[in-house]
Design a protein around this ligand. Structure first.
Ligand SMILES: Cc1ncc(COP(=O)(O)O)c(C=O)c1O
Length: 405
């Protein structure tokens, strides 16, 4: 059997693999605590469920236009006006099967082999593999000052004649950092000056804490023509607790959206009709769910941070948003994969190794689940790592005895 070079070299999604491991262990009756996940416990909005049920009852679930149903495109046009203060037309919008597919369509539409794509580290696990799938070159940009926010000079140093795009995800998965207004302004200016695409991955943009508000990249743009290389990517997965619905979208200039539409038409015809109807209803419907989710996450974040502060040697940067905290555990173990495996094996807690996001020594811990589970997970981690804690720990009926130092 022969597999393509790209097929052989592509890394499995670490987060999806961990989800699978957690479900297999849970199915075996193991008391696993999943602090590696990227989906909230909240239910999908009622408006979405009702709209989907009504459509299902008609029995007529057909193909839609490749770039999405008019009702969903209208919802995105309205959303863009409300949250980005930007009037766009139907030809500026592509609906996709999740934020992931919208991003992938954008990469296929803009990248030639060897083109380089820059993004700040730590970064979401899929960027590098998506860019490589298009035969491009992923270029993570590290902050020289060791923080989670590179400055514009850090980006400029990495720009070459092959640089085709910069991706910004704010608030960021995995660090939870909401990049400064200054950085967003500088990046918009840099991209416009150099003719580089700017992809704003806004999947979490309303899930901000402490009164912070999303930065609107259009505020800093001077290109109001159809040549603008700013592409906004968004979706219902994270903000509307609709991860399994798989609906996302892109907003960009008509040429790039047309290319993305044509590619999508050949790759999967269209996003599922039923799920587009559900997503449109969520976006147009009662918005209290988004705010309730945001408040729950903020509270969970506070609880997690307070708890992590009681760990000797763990360094945490308070996340400004998202579902995640990216904590530095290098005082215990510099190899984050080893540490994550150790925690799963010994105390059945799932965490995601920092190396998957481009920074070793860190673990990504999610606070999007229930508080009780989260606290128990943190207690187990502390017990496993802190040599001064008692020698025994009970997980349900099971007694664990620390036989490691
Ligand atoms: C930063 C970021 N962008 C995009 C996505 C993709 O979202 P979706 O589930 O809508 O494909 C995710 C999902 O985890 C994400 O964390």
């Amino acid at each position: 059997m022969s597999i393509s070079t790209i097929g052989q070299s592509l890394k499995e999604s670490a987060t999806l693999r961990l989800n699978e491991i957690a479900s297999v262990l849970k199915a075996k009756g193991e008391a696993v605590i999943h602090l590696g996940g990227g989906e909230p416990k909240a239910k999908a909005p009622l408006d979405a469920l009702t709209a989907a049920a009504a459509m299902l009852n008609t029995g007529e679930i057909r193909y839609t236009p490749a770039d999405g149903l008019p009702i969903m495109k209208q919802a995105v046009i309205r959303y863009t006006e409300e949250f980005y203060n930007r009037k766009v037309l139907s030809d500026n919008v592509l609906i996709s099967a999740g934020g992931k597919q919208a991003l992938m369509m954008a990469f296929i539409a803009i990248l030639n082999p060897q083109d380089e794509v820059l993004y700040p580290a730590p970064y979401w696990v899929s960027y590098s593999e998506m860019v490589r799938l298009c035969h491009g070159v992923p270029v993570p940009v590290l902050a020289e000052d060791g923080s989670f926010e590179p400055n514009i000079r850090d980006f400029e140093k990495n720009i070459t004649s092959y640089t085709k795009a910069i991706i910004i995800n704010s608030p960021n998965n995995p660090s939870g950092v909401h990049y400064s207004k200054q950085l967003i302004r500088d990046i918009v200016e840099l991209c416009e000056k150099r003719g580089i695409y700017l992809l704003m991955d806004d999947l979490y943009h309303r899930l901000l804490f402490d009164g912070l508000k999303p930065h609107n990249p259009y505020d800093y743009s001077t290109d109001f023509t159809d040549n603008s290389k700013l592409i906004i990517l968004n979706g219902v997965s994270k903000m509307y607790a609709m991860t399994g619905f798989r609906i996302g979208w892109a907003v960009g200039n008509t040429k790039v959206i047309k290319a993305m539409r044509d590619i999508q038409g050949h790759m999967n015809s269209c996003p599922a009709a039923l799920l587009q109807v559900a997503a449109a209803a969520a976006i147009n419907g009662v918005q209290t769910g988004v705010e309730t989710l945001r408040m729950t996450l903020e509270n969970n974040r506070n609880v997690m941070i307070n708890q992590l502060k009681t760990f000797n040697g763990v360094r945490v940067t308070k996340p400004n948003g998202t579902y995640y905290c990216f904590a530095d555990f290098s005082a215990y173990e510099k190899d984050s994969r080893k540490l994550s495996e150790f925690l799963l094996e010994k105390v059945r807690v799932v965490t995601v190794p920092g190396i998957e996001f481009g920074m070793d020594g860190y673990l990504r811990l999610s606070y999007c689940g229930g508080i009780k589970e989260m606290l128990e997970g943190l207690d187990r981690i502390k017990w496993a790592l802190d040599p001064t804690s008692p020698n025994e720990l009970f997980i349900g009926e099971r007694k664990l005895v620390r036989d490691w130092v």
